[in-house]
Design a protein around this ligand. Structure first.
Ligand SMILES: [Zn+2]
Length: 184
């Protein structure tokens, strides 16, 4: 069967995929995409940490806090505040405070996690061997060390299964971690 050209998810160039699963034209693109992904995951962790620092019982929140909690761009919020569509108290330059309940009324309950992670957790993975990669396969496929694979698996709580001497992780979860551009 003849494979058709695909568009590289990183650079957009057309390339002839090595396997059906290939999404990047080269190791360079695959590494770049991976680095970007890790960076985004890091940013997401930082946002999560910031969100966790906002006391739940504090009635008034800043615009950046509101943006994080309700998943709305700061610019949009400043505009709505400026137009008086969101009532606010101004404690000084850049010290606008918004009533959290007003935000909840307008935008629904605050999220406790950034969008990418608060999306309903897919538990659709299968731990059958044919639906899994071994750690070695993952390292090879995504051009990273086995040590990194293990640390990401731990960090993102990806389920694993040991079969014989090898540890396996679900293809779906791994592809989602390293391939997706669903974090943007
Ligand atoms: Zn490329």
């Amino acid at each position: 069967m003849k494979r058709r050209n695909k568009q590289c998810l990183n650079c957009g160039e057309e390339f002839l995929p090595k396997t059906v699963a290939s999404v990047y034209c080269s190791h360079i693109c695959s590494k770049k995409a991976y680095k970007r992904k890790i960076k985004l995951l890091k940013i997401e962790d930082e946002v999560k940490a910031l969100i966790n620092k906002i006391p739940e019982n504090r009635a008034f929140i800043s615009v950046p806090e509101a943006g994080m909690l309700f998943g709305i761009a700061k610019k949009t919020l400043y505009r709505l505040v400026g137009q008086g569509k969101i009532p606010s108290v101004n404690l000084g330059t850049r010290l606008v405070r918004i009533d959290r309940r007003v935000m909840e009324g307008m935008f629904g309950p605050a999220r406790s996690l950034p969008q990418a992670e608060s999306a309903p957790k897919k538990k659709l993975y299968s731990l059958e061997k044919e639906d899994c990669y071994s750690i070695g396969e993952i390292a090879q496929r995504f051009q990273i060390s086995e040590g990194s694979v293990y640390s990401h698996i731990r960090k993102y709580s990806i389920p694993t299964r040991q079969i014989g001497k090898h540890v396996y992780a679900p293809k779906s979860e791994i592809d989602n971690l390293y391939n997706g551009n669903d974090f943007i």
